[in-house]
Ligand binder design. Structure first.
Ligand code: FES
Length: 563
């Protein structure tokens, strides 16, 4: 069999004459000032997701410069190209709706353009999962480089970091404890540098998962965005991308069942974001590896929370970096991990850990025998209200609310919630369960609306937490006794669609159950009045509506996940 084309000769434009295609391509490349000699080098694509609408990726240009330095030093030719960028706070109705669009962009641009390997630079919540999903499907060797987390800011002597502290102060503002002038002052102290949110939110969780999967260089996940070490990591990533291409270390050799289970353990041990289970399911799905919520529960029972970071604990990502990073967590989890998994560095996890992990601050990364919490951060719940599962972040919830029966107070949509939640006449007590319907993937792209606000009148009475249930997601930086990702969602005709105010709901975290205590005949009667949503007329939103899978399957498109 003839050798695969390399470098600029890969993926030729089809004019019906391949010699003409490469001649024309070289000619056009030379219009950018490249010499004949450098055009013979292996090509390392650098997929960037910089955008004026993405604050988290502000440092991308200097990272790209450092990656290019590494590629050139190792004999490769770095070529940067843009993809869609998903800035979490700048997209309507929600960035989640566009994760699959970005994954398609990444996959197709890797596949269509001439490159032997690719470095993907990103980090904001949906960007990183989209990059991994697309690159795994494209199948050529790749390395991910996260932009890194923000540093903390200060407000009146207190450390502040997006976005757990954003929510804490917003609750105080809603309670009337601080006024509009103060909340505006606080606004400028929450996100003070380039980089992703400073706590163990979705972006940080996904960064830790990416390193654990073996898809970024060891030791890089927690380096702050503005730290010089991140530039050195970028240079090393560029260097490694050249040899990775020569070794043909493709993602199918890295993203194995063992690597996915290791990543699930990491998610649980860092007290990570609920969103990460959806993203990891979608990422593993691109490699043909199913992630089951039942298995999540098994792992959760045997994986303690080891990392003391907000929103579960008290610290920030910069502390995790100084305290030993992902390597320190892996070392504590070692007896539970598949040590044969290989990373983009070319070594196995056993080889990585055999080198030692250096200094560890055990007040940040607890020892396995003295964990921060004895059990994993997330659990899946099942029952007639969520036959395909729902997720609760028990690490950031109030355990006194775990074994409860409650009266449902139902909101039929996000609009209904916004209209009535602070109505002084709302019939609600602290013992009720707030239920939000029609906020799932089919309905509105599954926004981070599952952190239902405590009704203002209860807030003023000092209520800090209530059971809240929805088919929405929740920001990884949020906290509370919040049941999310109910599947099937209301808009898909799930039982959630049939809940009415006044119904009893039974929650048992111990038994992993969530049930609607309404008899089957009554539910059947209600089901006759269910009205399915109207599909959007055209474009990407129609594609999304027709093909998005439910949360338990990662919300990927049915035609993109590998069966
Ligand atoms: Fe980008 Fe939080 S907004 S990571």
């Amino acid at each position: 069999m003839a050798d695969e084309p390399k470098g600029l000769a890969r993926n030729l434009t089809n004019y019906g004459d391949s010699e003409f295609s490469i001649y024309l391509r070289r000619s056009f490349a030379k219009s950018m000032g490249y010499s004949s000699e450098i055009l013979k080098r292996p090509v390392v694509g650098i997929a960037t997701a910089a955008s004026g609408f993405n604050n988290c990726h502000r440092s991308t240009p200097e990272l790209v410069d450092a990656i290019k330095r590494g590629v050139l030093a190792s004999g490769g030719l770095p070529i940067e190209f843009p993809t869609i960028s998903l800035g979490e706070a700048f997209l309507s109705p929600t960035s989640m709706m566009f994760r699959n669009l970005m994954a398609m962009d990444v996959e197709e641009m890797i596949r269509a353009q001439p490159m032997d390997s690719v470095v993907l630079v990103g980090g904001c919540d949906k960007t990183l999962p989209a990059q991994l999903m697309g690159a795994i499907s494209a199948g050529i060797p790749f390395i991910h480089l996260q932009v890194g987390p923000m540093m903390t800011g200060r407000y009146q002597g207190e450390r502040m970091g997006a976005c757990t502290d954003c929510r804490r102060f917003w609750v105080r503002f809603r309670k009337g404890e601080i006024d509009a002038a103060e909340i505006e002052t606080i606004e400028v102290t929450l996100a003070t540098t380039a980089g992703t949110c400073a706590v163990m939110g979705t972006a940080s969780t996904m960064a830790c998962i990416t390193e654990t999967l073996g898809l970024s260089l060891p030791g890089t996940a927690a380096i702050p965005a503005v730290h010089a070490d991140r530039l050195r990591a970028a240079e090393a990533t560029g260097r490694r991308a050249v040899t990775l291409a020569a070794e043909q270390l493709t993602p199918d050799k890295i993203v194995t069942k063992g690597a996915v289970e290791n990543a699930l353990r990491m998610l649980l041990a860092v007290g990570g974001s609920t969103n990460a289970i959806v993203h990891l399911t979608a990422i593993a799905g691109r490699a043909g590896i199913p992630v089951s919520l039942t298995r999540l529960n098994e792992l959760s029972d045997t994986t303690p929370v080891l990392v003391d970071l907000k929103p579960t604990g008290a610290n920030y990502m910069e502390d995790l970096y100084a305290g030993g990073g992902v390597g320190a967590v892996l070392a504590e989890l070692k007896p539970l991990l598949d040590l044969d998994c290989r990373s983009v560095a070319g070594e196995t996890l056993a080889e990585r850990l055999a080198r030692g992990v250096g200094y560890v601050d055990h007040s940040i990364v607890r020892r396995f025998a003295e964990p921060y919490q004895a059990e994993g951060g997330l659990v899946a719940l099942f029952g007639n209200l969520a036959p395909k599962g729902a997720i609760l972040k028990r690490a950031a919830a109030d355990p006194t609310l775990f074994e409860r029966h409650g009266r449902a107070v139902v909101f039929s949509s996000l609009e209904d919630l916004a209209k009535r939640i602070d109505d002084p006449g709302l019939d609600v007590t602290a013992d009720d369960f707030l239920v939000l319907k029609n906020a799932g993937p089919l309905a509105v792209g599954m926004p981070e609306a599952g952190y239902l606000p405590i009704p203002a009148k209860l807030l003023r009475q000092g209520v800090k937490d209530m059971v809240r249930i929805s088919d929405a997601r929740m920001s990884g930086t949020a906290y509370g006794t919040i049941v999310l990702h109910v599947a099937p969602e209301a808009a898909a005709g799930g039982t959630l669609a049939l809940v009415e105010t006044g119904d009893r709901i039974e929650l048992s975290v111990k038994n992993r159950r969530i049930d609607l205590a309404v008899d089957a005949a009554e539910l059947e009667r209600r089901r006759k009045s269910f009205v399915a949503p109207t599909p959007p007329e055209r474009g990407y939103r129609r594609l999304y509506f027709d093909h998005v899978l439910q949360a338990d399957q990662g919300c990927d498109f049915d035609f993109l996940t590998r069966r």
